[in-house]
Every structure is written in C-alpha cells, then in structure tokens.
Design a binder for this molecule. Structure first.
Ligand code: AHM
Ligand code: MG
Length: 342
C-alpha cells in the first residue's frame, strides 16, 4: 500500500471487533471470552505504556526480590504482574491464574469467578529491559471444568487443550499476536487511537526458513542432535547456503521473527539444564499453539510440545519451534539418536 493510500486507510479492524466476529461462529457463546480478552488487551496497553516510559519513570532496575525460580525481579516485572492479575480478576471471567512471577496459583474468589483459567508471563525477557530491547507478555487460556470446584488439574492440562493463546511484543511498535484456534492474526497498537488494529491477518510461518535462533553460548553442554543440527545450519553438506543466526534473547521477539520470516527457534536441554530453561505452561505452550496454528511445528526433542502434560505449575521443557521443514529435520536427528541408543 503506498503512503497516500495508507494515510487514508479506513478499513480498521480492531482486536475487539475481530474477537466479536469470531464469536458469531459459535452461536452458544455468551460474550465472556470477548470480555476476558478486552481485559488482557487492557493489561497489554498498560504494560506497553510502562515499558515506553520505564527510563523516565525510573522503573528499570531491580526491586530487590527474587521470584520462584530464584531470579532477581525487576520493578517492571512486579508492576506488570500486578496489572495483569488485577485486570484479569476484574474481568469477572477468570477462575484460576498462573503467573511466572507467583509461586502458587491464584484462585479467584467465588463472587468474581468466571469460566477461564489464564496462564501468563507478564513480562518475558526482562533481562533486556534496561537496554531497551523488545520484551513481551505471553498468555494462554484454558476453560475450567467446574467453576464451583476449580482445582490445579484445570491448569495442569496439555497445551493442545488451550482455547486461545497469544503474546504482546513491546518493541519498536506494540504488536499483539493472537490465536483462538482458528489461525493466527497480528494487531498493531495505533497509539493515536489507543486500539490494536489488524495489520497481519492470517499469519502463516514459511514452510522452510533460513534463520536459526539459539543461545550458542550453551553449545558445549548440548546433546548430539542439537549440536549436529546447529553444525548443519552453519556448514551444510548439500551445497545449500548456510543459515543466518539471529538471537535476541527475548522469546517473544525471537518467536515473532520466526513466525513472520520462518526458520527455527531452539531452547534445547543441556547438561546443566536437562529440562531446558523455558516454562511449559506460560512460555512453551502458548508459543507452540501459535506456531502450530500458523502451520509450523513445535517439538520438545521427544514429542509434540502441545502433548506434554505438566506436573507442576513452573515445569520447564526443551523446545524447538518454527517452520515445518526445519522442525522435521531436528525431529529426524532425535529419532536417529534414539535408534542408535537401542
Ligand atoms: P525470563 O522469563 O526470566 O525473562 O526468561 C525467559 C527468556 C526468554 O525470553 C528467552 O528466550 C530466554 O530467556 C533467553 O535465555 P538465555 O539468556 O539463557 O539465552
Ligand atoms: Mg519468561
């Protein structure tokens, strides 16, 4: 679209409108999901504003506390968590909340309870905040079995049971990527309107990509299939060009690029971290859901990522996700290694 046409653009589809349209495909829907999503979007707008003025408002730096994983919490992590917890409870549509920043799940009091369970990382990639690199919020939504008797089993579900998942990236622009199980759509926040506008309809991850994304600093501790794969990315034996390495160290930004440009994002297991680093419920599952919905694949080194059944709220898993063909290749290397062992 040329600049003149862009400036006259009138076909504005907001994220709220999009979700309401989706809802019409489910005649039984009562609008609860749209209300929940409205509150998630509100949380994202708030965090976006806070990230943008972090330097000015002295929100960067440590708050002097450590979270459940023993990591130092940043002021913005704490603020973002509080904002999301409050926004989700006040939606009146949630039942159980699981946040990366809280050791235990929050069970919403009966008078404010709804049917949805939300798992989320309010501010992922927080080690990148102080230098202005993109960070993001990741979320997944499950349905509770019985809202009068919610239990942890309602959130310890395999990722394939997610109703919806998404992330919001606070980068050079603020982008919300969402799937309600019917493809993936991307919305960009128009600051002048305060609305997320559909800018990336029906995102499809390219079938094969030319980018690999991994923290190579961990290479000495990798297992053989991961090491072989990365070696192949750099020194291909079939005459094809080497792949390009891109690694931001913010999962939201690395996955966003993978969705749009194709390629593979890896956070494998290694000798020091046999389960990898990323958390199953609110990092691995939502991103795997989005990648599958966009036509790609997500694999743990052993199985389809969305088939995992978490035992604990903060479980971790290795993850390889991205373009269909690239994931086929790593799957092949793990299958070969397994055969060799037998
Ligand atoms: P966080 O939840 O503590 O921010 O950690 C998760 C982040 C991801 O965004 C990113 O993919 C990964 O950690 C990077 O880890 P590393 O610095 O080990 O490469
Ligand atoms: Mg995180």
């Amino acid at each position: 679209m040329d600049h003149a046409a862009e400036s006259q653009r009138t076909d504005l589809m907001t994220v709220t409108c999009h979700v309401l349209n989706e809802q019409t495909k489910h005649p039984e829907a009562r609008g609860d999901f749209s209300i929940l999503l409205y509150h998630i979007v509100l949380g994202c707008k708030f965090v976006c504003a806070a990230v943008n003025k972090a330097g000015l408002a002295k929100l960067i730096g440590l708050v002097g506390d450590t979270n459940v994983q023993g990591e130092e919490q940043k002021k913005l992590d704490v603020l973002s968590n509080q904002v999301f917890v409050k926004a989700l409870i006040s939606s009146g549509r949630t039942c159980i909340l699981v946040s990366e920043e809280d050791e235990v799940a929050t069970f919403v009091e009966p008078s404010k309870r709804g049917r949805y369970c939300v798992v989320f990382d309010p501010l992922d990639g927080s080690s990148n905040i102080d230098c202005g690199v993109s960070v993001g919020t990741i979320f997944g939504i499950y349905m509770v079995k019985d809202k009068d008797t919610p239990t942890l089993e309602d959130v310890l579900q395999p990722g394939k049971n997610l109703l919806a998942a998404g992330y919001c990236m606070y980068g050079s622009s603020c982008t919300l990527v969402l799937s309600t199980g019917n493809g993936v759509n991307g919305f960009t926040l128009d600051p002048s309107l305060g609305e997320f506008i559909l800018t990336h309809p029906d995102i499809k991850v390219p079938k094969a990509g030319r980018i690999y994304s991994v923290n190579e600093g961990n290479a000495k501790n990798w297992d053989e299939p991961t090491a072989k794969y990365v070696e192949k990315c750099k020194f291909s034996k079939d005459g094809s060009f080497p792949k390009t390495l891109r690694y931001i160290g913010s999962m939201v930004a690395d996955v966003h690029r993978t969705l749009l440009y194709g390629g593979i994002f890896l956070y494998p297991a290694d000798k020091k971290s046999p389960n990898g680093k990323l958390r199953v419920l609110y990092e691995v599952f939502p991103m795997s859901f989005l990648v599958e919905q966009a036509g790609g694949q997500a694999f743990t080194g052993k199985q389809r990522a969305l088939d995992l059944v978490p035992k604990n709220l903060h479980d971790r898993s290795p993850i390889f996700l991205g373009s269909y063909d690239d994931i086929e290749e790593i799957k092949g290397l793990y299958a070969a290694a397994e055969e060799k062992e037998q």
